[in-house]
Design a protein around this ligand. Structure first.
Ligand code: CAA
Length: 257
């Protein structure tokens, strides 16, 4: 595994850390490839039940795509970089496990887009989030023009796009960009506790439920409900459902696979 993305296992929880602290964890092609490798490994690792993604150092989650790396890229190379970003962030969004972004500082541009691909975002009080690309003459290229309006609504997303302003943690909380804001020193423990709660439940059911929500949000309600019904039917045939239902009826805690 690359040094650009550190991978630690803490029992059934994986902690991934984007590790370029001197450049505030800015994302270049190698960081994207390292994240992609981590997702491929996580997808296969049945022992891991939840993932926490954070940034190395005291200042930043990720301060964006690497501006120096992007300088002078041709349109074709820029498009390829954007498409690679999409591929990797899609792999995070569609991972068969929940990914919690522990936003420990600046989450800007591609860094905010990375957090948006995660399922849950928890911010430290000092976190600052924004899409400042227009100040560089650019637009967000890792899905920000699509995932941000879906999460916070088009009005707030367009304000963030056009002003490029950095919003503080409390404002990010109030517009739904963050699920929780906690003091910096409690951030990792808070995320570990949440990941622990997730890990106690059926990983199979969580994977089905996440897939149903992700897929359904791209459909009209009637098709989405039909999709949910099919997924629900499938979960009934899993060993985890057999165990969970039996455990409830036998008044004992379940032992999921
Ligand atoms: N790319 C490359 N290097 C970056 C970087 C980035 N996105 N963000 C910070 N760095 C580097 C700085 O160049 C600096 O390096 P040196 O020490 O070698 O000079 C180091 O990280 C520390 O940064 P600062 O000295 O700037 O730290 P600061 O505390 O004064 O400011 C900051 C922090 C406000 C986050 C500021 O660094 C900043 O504005 N960064 C850029 C944010 C940005 O514009 N992000 C969007 C990038 S474009 C994008 O992401 C496109 C896309 O969607 C694909």
């Amino acid at each position: 595994m690359s040094e650009l993305v550190l991978y630690e296992k803490k029992e059934s929880i994986a902690l991934l850390t984007v590790n370029r602290p001197k450049a505030l964890n800015a994302i270049n092609r190698d960081v994207l490839l390292a994240l992609e490798e981590a997702m491929a490994e996580l997808r296969q690792d049945a022992d891991i039940k939840a993932v926490i993604l954070t940034g190395a150092g005291e200042k930043a989650f990720v301060a964006g795509a690497d501006i120096a790396f992007m300088q002078g890229l041709s349109p074709a190379d820029g498009e390829a970089f954007s498409r690679l970003g999409h591929r990797v962030l899609d792999a995070i969004e569609n991972l068969n496990k929940i990914v919690i972004a522990a936003v420990n500082g600046f989450a800007l541009g591609g860094g905010l887009e990375l957090a948006l691909a995660c399922d849950i975002r928890v911010g430290a009080e000092k976190a600052q989030m924004g899409i400042p690309e227009v100040a560089l003459g650019l637009i967000p290229g890792f899905g920000g023009t699509q995932r941000l309006p879906r999460l916070v609504g088009p009005g707030m997303a367009k304000e963030m796009l056009a002003t490029g302003k950095r919003i503080k943690a409390q404002e990010a909380l109030s517009c739904g960009l963050l699920n929780h804001v906690v003091p910096q020193e409690q951030l990792m423990q808070f995320c570990m506790d949440m990941a622990g709660q997730i890990a106690a439940n059926s990983a199979t059911a969580i994977a089905y439920g996440k897939c149903s929500m992700n897929a359904g949000m791209e459909m009209d309600l009637a098709r989405a409900l039909a999709f949910e019904a099919g997924q629900f039917g499938l979960t009934l045939s899993t060993p985890d459902a057999a165990e969970g239902v039996s455990a409830f009826l036998e008044k004992r805690p379940p032992k999921f696979q």
